[in-house]
Design a protein around this ligand. Sequence first.
Ligand SMILES: *Cc1c(COP(=O)(O)O)cnc(C)c1O
Length: 387
Amino acid sequence: MPDPLAWIPEQLELLESLERRRTIHIRSTQQGPNVAWKDREQINFSSNDYLNLAADPRLQAAACAAIEREGWGSGASPLITGRGQSQADLETALAQFEGTAAALTFASGFAANAGVIDALADRGDVILSDSKNHASIIDGTRLSKATVRVYPHRHLDYLENLLKQCGTFRRRLIVTDTLFSMDGDLAPLPELANLAEAYDAMLMVDEAHATGVFGANGRGLCEHFGLEDRVAVRVGTFSKALGGHGGFVVGSQPLIEWLVNRCRPYIFSTAPPAANAGAMLAALRIVHDEPQRRTDLLAKATWLRTQLREIGWSLGDSESQIIPVIVGTENLAMSLSAKLYEMGMLVPGIRPPSVPDGECLLRISLSCGHTQQHLDTLVAALTELRL
Ligand SMILES: *Cc1c(COP(=O)(O)O)cnc(C)c1O
């Protein structure tokens, strides 16, 4: 009998022949600036644990306490019986942290983006989306029955022209990452807010990499730019700087109630475990109490970008803790990553489908846990590899 899945090994072999077959490895120690990878100790420049909280004992203790109070699993979706006290407390604390009327937590940031876009835009509406938005935003636009128009990365004139042509749609939704995950550059948020107001559009932003890092209180780039009252829908994730797991949306009470009623990944997915909510309550408290984590991180990032640009590496428009070393070809990106690995540093090469062909890069991501010695080691290696 023919195997109906025979096409899969064939396709995998095709990926293999293109050297694009991905495999997963075990990270064999705890999180932190040092990590064992394939059983070798490495300085970790690949994690999104920007505030070095993933292995913080206070988060572990809070998670354990939540398990003791509420057990492990949540048993059902939040609307059925799944929403426990820890999750409710986390949503209250998150709204307070973000300075919004309400907040809603999701199983992942991916689910939050995909579901929120689908809940906000339907047939007869139009979504305007930056070409470098995260895959979860792209999938949200695909789930929605709205018309989708993609504008070139951060291209405001192009976007404005599109908006001029979109007056006949029922509603308009502009959606963007605030801090782009591969390039480390920032969305032009003040201008986007102006355009949204001028053309009667909803503005939705994804603060996944900015929460906990930017803004006087660590709320992200909307706070940094003083735009919190002008951005209607803010998505974020607990899985990066906050060191945990799960996504969230913050905004007005009607927005959150609409999502409770219409957002399918919220309605049809089991509520996250109490342990995570407990740990994330502790993380929010740390972000509030220890602002030096984010100021220290951003100072280290500025220092490293200056050094690498002086050596002559191209970092694009990075202004953040995500520092892409743009090298172009896939071969070069992967061979530089392998050489850095041999030198004791984990710096992933990023290639299609994560970036367009010919725009391959090394993605350095910094944590406030990196020491000056860690950074010096990286600069020395990238100096040697530049020669
Ligand atoms: C990682 C990421 C997400 C997804 O968040 P998870 O909680 O990991 O699912 C969403 N948006 C952006 C920009 C991201 O980088």
